[in-house]
Design a protein around this ligand. Structure first.
Ligand SMILES: [Zn+2]
Length: 317
């Protein structure tokens, strides 16, 4: 538990307690002839003690992990005292993330972080029941592997059609939660490029680039399985213009969490299909802008590419 914040002071409770205390003090004052200045001091101390000891009618907020690092998904648990007119939300750096009900006045918001975020102190603003409370965390820096590429000419692969469709897919926020527990490995292939790798192009650091996913090396035709349950919300093919991404599948896991699978040789699902964890969805290939067969799996939370590792091993709910 990181924070326990009273959202509003329980005025009525305090005043009824004070009335009791004043009447007790007055009885003593009359019996022993204590001057009223002593009474005032006593009353001041009593007020302070009463305010400090009164159980607050509170919204409780909790962030996990308590020591996040770049690329982590921060889970914010919110418990309100009664039903709020609107579900709570969490704001970080001008972005507001919705919280979804866990039942019984409990809510959960997912806040993505990426290698492009600035490490250091961050303030998560929890908006609930008309009030705002802040959770202060330290976002830890992390050193990502780097790659150096020497390229000639401007890389111009990619069509507006594929970027538009992929962008729209990443923005999906479906109210239902489809995933459950830890995500599965989508391919048995060896991991060749981890999440977050940074690049130098012709010796110059690419400020906006980081590897937005995990690459698994596997031969063309090797099976790809759904890492978690969800609805197939994107199927894109080279034929329709996915020249950079190649044959592509996107799975909506719900509540702003989506997976994308690139460079496939075969697609075994259709848009609208509901898939279960471990269900075969397609096969590894070398379509799109690649030099050899591999699977690229990207995991996005509210449009931001996050590190899938905690999702694989820590079961973010
Ligand atoms: Zn990749």
């Amino acid at each position: 538990m990181v924070n326990l914040h009273p959202f509003r002071s329980p005025d009525r409770l305090i005043s009824s307690r004070l009335t009791q205390i004043v009447s007790v003090i007055n009885r003593f004052r009359h019996r022993f002839g204590i001057p009223s200045t002593v009474l005032s001091i006593c009353l001041g101390i009593a007020t302070l003690l009463t305010v400090l000891s009164t159980p607050a009618q509170a919204v409780q907020v909790q962030a996990q992990p308590t020591n996040p690092q770049l690329g982590d998904t921060i889970t914010v648990l919110i418990q309100t005292e009664g039903t709020t007119s609107e579900p709570p939300s969490v704001t970080l750096n001008q972005n507001t993330y919705p919280a979804f009900s866990l039942g019984a006045n409990r809510y959960r918001a997912l806040v993505p972080t990426t290698p492009l975020d600035r490490p250091g102190g961050i303030n998560l603003q929890v908006n609930a029941g008309g009030s705002t409370e802040t959770i202060a965390l330290q976002l830890r820096d992390r050193s990502f592997p780097t790659q150096s590429l020497w390229i000639s000419g401007a890389g111009s692969l990619g069509t507006d059609h594929e970027f538009d469709r992929v962008d729209a897919f990443k923005q999906l926020v479906t109210p239902e939660k489809y995933w459950n527990g830890a995500f599965l490995r989508p391919s048995p292939g060896e991991i060749t490029t981890v999440y977050g790798v940074r690049r130098y192009y012709n010796g110059e650091f690419a400020q906006d680039y980081f590897h937005r996913g995990v690459d698994y090396a596997a031969p063309t035709g090797d099976p790809i399985v759904a890492p978690a349950a969800g609805r197939v919300a994107l199927v894109g093919t080279v034929q329709e213009g996915f020249e950079l991404h190649g044959n592509t599948i996107g799975i909506d896991h719900g509540q702003g969490v989506v997976s994308i699978f690139l460079h496939l040789s075969r697609i075994d699902v259709q848009e609208g299909d509901f898939v279960q964890p471990g269900q075969r969805i397609g096969a590894v290939g070398a379509t799109g802008g690649v030099t050899g067969p591999h699977l690229h799996w990207g995991l996005y939370v509210h449009g931001q590419s996050v590190d899938p590792v905690p999702w694989r091993y820590e079961a973010i709910e």
